[in-house]
Design a protein around this ligand. Structure first.
Ligand code: TMP
Length: 219
């Protein structure tokens, strides 16, 4: 399988990945602001979610019963992703938009494939099928030790956050493996830094992609 994005799309597909409580949502929000300051109006979206159907599935998969079978869970994530790609992400990329997305298929590979032990290859194949092989152009990995992430957690833990820390260690190890395997699209950021430093690193990582976009046309 190739990690290369489908270059027939004029848009730019940016995804954010990381373990739970790594500061991802904050950084996605700050990046959204920054992109707007660059004259870009990105499609801001997330998984699970991003569509009305996806948001309903999000509720079920994150706050649903604890006895959801791991394969059921994997299929629910793949189902919401397939619909999200077909109705929102792909049309946006086709029309030249920048898509800024909180989590995509690498989350399923790390969480369901590795941490739930369903098999990295099987989960990758399932999601490639579900998305017609759509890959991000660039993936920002916010890398954080799960023990540190745990101390940052606020509020009641959800279904996945109730998993033991070993689960998050497996997630992190798989993200590292993905970053090695797809070094061309992965940018690994040290999320243990303060918010501004993390954001500065993200901007530096994304700047070449934004410059290329500006060179091509105005998206
Ligand atoms: P979030 O907290 O970043 O919004 O993500 C929600 C949870 O869903 C988080 O624990 C990661 C998990 N998740 C998966 O297990 N597989 C997936 O494919 C996605 C998108 C999220």
């Amino acid at each position: 399988m190739s990690s290369a994005a489908d270059t027939t799309f004029p848009g730019l597909f940016i995804t954010f990945e990381g373990g739970d409580s790594c500061g991802k949502s904050t950084q996605v929000g700050l990046t959204h602001q920054w992109l707007k300051e660059q004259g870009i109006n990105p499609v801001l979206t997330r998984e699970p979610g991003g569509t009305p159907l996806g948001e309903q599935l999000r509720e079920l998969v994150i706050h649903g019963p604890d006895d959801v079978d791991p394969r059921t869970e994997a299929l629910l994530y793949a189902a919401q992703r397939s619909y999200h790609v077909a109705t929102k992400i792909r049309p946006a990329l086709e029309s030249g938009r920048v898509v800024l997305q909180d989590r995509f298929l690498d989350s399923s590979i790390a969480y369901q494939g590795a941490a739930r032990d369903l098999g990295v290859e099987e989960i990758r194949d399932l999601n490639i099928w579900a998305t017609y092989s759509l890959m991000p152009d660039v993936t920002i990995l916010l890398d954080l030790d799960p023990e540190v992430a745990h101390t940052r957690r606020t509020g009641e833990p959800d279904r996945l956050e109730r998993e033991p820390t070993t689960f998050q260690h497996l997630v992190r190890a798989q993200y590292h493996a993905l970053a090695d395997q797809y070094a061309d699209r992965y940018r690994v950021i040290d999320a243990a830094q303060d918010i501004d430093s993390v954001q500065a690193d993200i901007r530096a990582a994304l700047t070449p992609f934004i410059q290329k976009l500006h060179e091509g046309d105005s998206k």
